[in-house]
Write a protein of this length. Structure first.
Length: 170
């Protein structure tokens, strides 16, 4: 491998930003963890969408499909925001596994009520984690990332609400 190729592979990202290197490290690092959580939550939501069964199949199937689409739509903006700050985006499923805080569910069967409850709690935790990252953005005066997070928190709270209401009995 030529010297030029090696230096390009190890070169630090030099994306122009006025936020400073600490902001890049703190916020881009937080965004990587958030991205891993979002990928894991998307996969879990899709898993439950594919495997839900029972008398409310159609309603739950459509709800989880809508929610998985909304979650998936967060992934690219998270990664691109990290890059805009001079950070890195996720590289692999292995990195997702290393960083994710949303737990996988590989059970052969999960009741629909348990699916909705688990996703509700995952979304609540995701909103809490995004609020924590928002505080980091505030510390570094990163209003652009904070603004994105505010919208994602609202969407996440709506998913939590829908999951709560869908699981209510009688």
């Amino acid at each position: 491998m030529s010297k030029n190729v090696k230096s390009r592979q190890s070169a630090a990202l030099a994306t122009p930003t006025d936020l400073g290197s600490n902001a890049t490290k703190d916020i881009a690092g937080g965004l990587a963890i958030l991205a891993a959580d979002v990928v894991a939550l998307w996969m879990k939501t899709k898993n439950f969408h594919w495997h839900v069964s029972g008398p409310h199949f159609r309603d739950y199937h459509l709800l989880l499909d809508d929610q998985s689409d909304q979650i998936y739509a967060m992934i690219d903006p998270i990664a691109e925001r990290a890059r805009k700050l001079g950070g890195k985006a996720l590289h692999s499923i292995g990195q997702v596994k290393k960083l994710q805080r949303v737990l996988d569910n590989d059970a052969d069967y999960v009741t629909p009520q348990d699916m909705l409850a688990e996703l509700r709690e995952d979304n609540k935790q995701l909103a809490r984690n995004m609020r924590t990252l928002h505080e980091v953005c505030d510390e570094h005066n990163d209003i652009a990332t904070a603004s994105l997070i505010e919208n994602w928190v609202d969407e996440t709270e709506q998913r939590t609400w829908f999951l709560f209401e869908a699981a209510r009995k009688g």
